[in-house]
Design a protein around this ligand. Structure first.
Ligand SMILES: [Mg+2]
Length: 351
């Protein structure tokens, strides 16, 4: 499987369990992160280009965009569906793109589900999507560990939900934590000392509804005390949309807790880090300039596309309003924007 080992410029970390070699490889953390494409979300210094980027154009000629790329990468929530409802016109749009021979890929920062579980969600919504076309950040965490030849005798401590566990299992890694630790409590009796597994070589943190102090302390002990232990975040999203009634604290809140206690920055494998883009471009042998990233968030989707050197299309069917896009405070400008992906059909119809 692990195609990333073949990526010439990804320069991903050669994991070594010893503190010395790991420290050496991250001696210049900024350089390391730049080379590996693993940046903290929302903190990427990528937007020197965005600062001089022209304002986004409204999409008026979808044929031109469609003709100029061979792959469309779609974010899911706010683009394909909203919560549990399919956004109108999506099946027809995907069919039209497939009929033109375009490769379709679906990428999500949500790590609570595995690719298989996402496949079921697509199916429930009546969309025919192959598991191979789905890239969730849960998968990215496992793929990253594989890409660095993370030793099979080391364990992964998981702060997150089932999706991460399933993907680690599929990739053949040993893990502990996850939902099972959601019930655990700490009794602070005098002299209480928490043991931790010294064979944990990576802590993976994703969105976790069962987040608690036990997990923070366990993950912190692994990162601080196990030599060379990696700190991997599936994403650093500030908010997520658990219900359509309000915004909820996202995976970034769990990651932030561990940043606070360890004073370390994580390696981020989800958007806007380019890890998944590198993986996709290697797996399918696609030039990044031949990809169009379609998403509803500026600071993850559009930045992800821009960081990867792709074309970008913002849809206003999710979290970003036209007002936010056009606000002087916003420095992230996609190449194009439109209301929803099915505009690619209606605009074509009008042409
Ligand atoms: Mg979205």
């Amino acid at each position: 499987m692990m195609l990333l080992s073949r990526i010439p410029n990804s320069s991903l970390l050669n994991y070594s369990p010893s503190l010395c070699s790991f420290s050496k490889s991250v001696a210049n953390p900024l350089l390391f992160k730049k080379r590996a494409g693993l940046f903290p979300a929302g903190r990427m210094a990528s937007n020197s280009s965005a600062a001089i980027r022209a304002s986004a154009q409204t999409l008026t000629d979808p044929d031109e965009l469609i003709g100029s790329v061979e792959t469309f990468i779609f974010d899911c929530d706010g683009v394909i569906w909203k919560g549990d409802s399919l956004i109108s016109g999506v099946p027809e749009t995907l069919d039209m793109l497939r009929s033109k021979g375009k490769r379709l890929v679906f990428v999500t920062n949500n790590s609570t589900k595995s690719r298989k579980q996402y496949g079921k969600k697509f199916e429930t919504l009546g969309l025919k999507v192959n598991e191979e076309e789905i890239f969730a950040s849960s998968f990215a965490a496992a793929a990253y560990l594989k890409s660095i030849d993370f030793p099979k005798d080391k364990k992964v401590y998981v702060i997150g939900e089932e999706g991460i566990l399933k993907e680690l299992e599929l990739a053949g890694f040993q893990y502990l934590g996850g939902p099972e630790d959601g019930e655990k409590k700490i009794e602070l009796k005098p002299g209480y000392y928490m043991e931790h597994d010294e064979s944990v070589g990576a802590v993976v943190v994703g969105f976790d509804r069962y987040f608690n102090y036990y997990k923070v302390q366990y993950g912190t002990l692994c990162i601080r005390e196990n030599p060379g232990c990696l700190f991997i975040a599936t994403n650093r999203d500030a908010v997520t949309h658990l219900t359509d009634a309000q915004e909820w604290a996202g995976g970034g809140s769990m990651v932030g807790a561990l940043c606070g206690s360890t004073q370390r920055e994580p390696l981020v494998v989800g958007k806007p880090s380019t890890f998944m883009m590198d993986y996709l471009s290697d797996k399918f042998g696609i030039l990044k300039s031949q990809i169009c990233m379609v998403g509803d968030r500026l600071d993850t989707d559009i930045l992800f596309g821009q960081n990867g050197g792709c074309k970008t299309l913002l849809v206003l069917s999710g979290v970003t309003s036209l007002e936010t896009l056009q606000s002087p405070k916003n420095s992230i400008q996609p190449d194009f924007y439109t209301n929803k992906i099915s505009d690619m059909l209606t605009l074509k119809g009008m042409a």
